[in-house]
Design a protein around this ligand. Structure first.
Ligand code: NAP
Length: 490
């Protein structure tokens, strides 16, 4: 078996963090058949990884299963110490991790650095939580009985993760899973496997025992079949599109796995007449244009009240028109490329649909000259409530504004969607803020805030945006089973 290493990413302190092998049972595993990893900013290959399949996925599950007894019998403190070291190593190598991420994903380097810190924070948070996985003693139902509720690790965990946050979407799952004593197999997106493998390398250096954390690269379908079908996997956790998540979750039911799903969103961003306009524009830029509009919590539908509409739209368009586009490894830019040509086509289709029905372009609207996957950040007004962009997640740099008159109308339009991940409300009327926070059908509300994600708070959605929560103390629950011990003391 040939093992090849890629090292074409400039400016790395440690070339060995760019791995050309998958990580199974504490060993680096290569293959003749390779998958190239391209930089979406220029189309150049920045590395390649093994194209593995069902056989290797099954080996990884076996490794995780075999590692489970040793890992779960360590004390929470000991597991926490390993997670903490892993987090510290991520921070010590933050610049390399950020460069690897920008090279394969395209996000500006400043954002990649931010994601490394965010991703490391999940390992740190759950390192601390590892010592607090406590059970309960219940008041018994009979005088000769004693009832104890244990919280036990669910077992081997399989995770499938997307390309838009190549590190954080893994550590948000690995942190709680490993903290409570589970072991895991991760399949990262084939578009961004290098970040996952660099993470595995640092995990190995931090002392994560062989088999506890495995990363398998290759074709999604055959690996996915194992991760959703193997009965030894007791928990399946997925972050990605709603369509794929539904399909994989259905397969998990044949072996009744616990399932967590972090799926797509279609977040409303509601600006009332009484909003602080500057704060609303700041929030819109942060929420809509971070990661070139490719975040699941991205504002997707802008609903702006009539009295502030024109001022807000003009101020947003002015800021958006000033965003700088370029390859993240070369300069300090605000926007990178989209992930692939399909993503560009979707933004284009949403704009064409809206404009065809009478919307106006205030800024942007076309491909940028920087490269084929760059698209001008765009602001549209006079977008109809039934436009494609208001019905589907765009996942690109398009802010489409629809005007409204009353609070009731805004709530009705905001809730008129099958998904419910995030929602944003800008108002200085706190009573209204409370009303909206309670009425909007979503898992997270940004009230005068455009950035809402943190390791200390629960992240997740309602409706078709998924089930379960990640991060925070609630994030542990998805990896724990309750077990009752009913003792007869007569
Ligand atoms: P995707 O196409 O669903 O892919 C997600 C993962 O599923 C990737 O690892 C992909 O592998 C894998 N996959 C695709 N088809 C599969 C199959 N038939 N069997 C097994 N695995 C399969 O989603 P994406 O385009 O990468 O990510 C964007 C979506 O993720 C958006 O909808 C976004 O809103 C959502 N997202 C949600 C959250 C959240 O927390 N709610 C966070 C981030 C992103 P390959 O890439 O190798 O094909």
């Amino acid at each position: 078996m040939t093992v090849r290493r890629a090292s074409r990413i400039p400016g790395l302190q440690r070339d060995d963090l760019v791995r050309g092998e998958a990580f199974i049972d504490g060993a680096w595993v290569g293959a003749e058949s390779r998958i190239s990893v391209e930089n979406p900013a220029d189309g150049l290959v920045v590395g390649d990884v093994p194209d593995l399949g069902a056989g290797e996925a099954t080996q990884a599950v076996t490794a995780a299963q075999d590692a489970m007894p040793g890992w779960q019998t360590l004390t929470g403190k000991a597991r926490g110490q390993v997670l903490r070291r892993w987090s510290e190593l991520m921070l010590a190598h933050a610049e390399d991790l950020a460069r690897i991420m920008t090279a394969e994903q395209g996000k500006p380097l400043a954002e990649a650095r931010g994601e490394v810190a965010y991703a490391a924070a999940f390992l740190e948070w759950f390192a601390e939580e590892a010592r607090r996985v406590n059970g309960d003693i219940l008041t018994p139902h009979a005088s000769d009985k004693r009832l104890t509720v244990l919280r036990r690790p669910v077992g081997v965990v399989a995770a499938i993760t997307p390309w838009n946050f190549p590190l954080a979407m893994i550590t948000r799952k690995a942190g709680p899973a490993l903290a409570v004593g589970c072991t895991m197999v991760v399949k990262p997106s084939e578009l961004t496997p290098l970040s996952a493998l660099a993470l595995a390398r640092l995990g190995q250096e931090a002392g994560v025992p062989p088999g506890v954390f495995n990363v398998i690269t290759g074709q999604a379908a055959p690996i996915g079949d194992v991760l959703t079908g193997d009965p030894r996997i007791r928990k399946f956790t997925f972050t990605g599109s709603t369509a794929v998540g539904k399909m994989l979750a259905a397969r998990c039911m044949a072996t009744v796995k616990r399932v967590s799903l972090e799926l797509g969103g279609n977040a409303p961003f509601i600006v009332f007449d009484d909003a602080d306009i500057e704060a609303a524009v700041d929030g819109a830029i942060a929420s809509k244009f971070r990661n070139t509009g490719q975040t699941c919590v991205c504002a997707n539908r802008f609903f702006v009240q009539a009295g502030i509409h024109d001022r807000f739209a003009a101020a947003l368009a002015a800021r958006v028109g000033g965003l700088r586009l370029g390859p993240g490894l070369i300069g300090a830019f605000d926007q990178g490329p989209l992930i692939d040509a399909r993503a560009v086509a979707k933004v284009r289709a949403h704009i064409a649909d809206a404009v065809g029905a009478g919307a106006r372009i205030l800024t942007g609207g076309q491909s940028a000259t920087v490269g084929p996957l760059f698209f001008q950040p765009t602001v549209l007004v006079d977008v109809r409530p039934d436009a494609l962009v208001n019905r589907e997640e765009t996942f690109g740099p398009l802010a489409a504004i629809t005007r409204f008159e009353t609070e009731a109308e805004a709530i009705r339009m905001a809730n008129d969607t099958s998904t419910g991940l995030a929602a944003y409300v800008f108002t200085q009327d706190m009573s209204r803020g409370v009303r909206l926070s309670e009425t909007l059908e979503c898992g997270m509300v940004g009230l005068n805030a455009g950035l809402i994600s943190t390791e200390v708070a629960p992240f997740g959605g309602v409706k078709e945006s998924g089930m379960g929560r990640e991060g925070s103390r609630y994030g542990l629950e998805d990896y724990l089973d309750l077990k009752l011990v009913c003792a007869n003391v007569a």
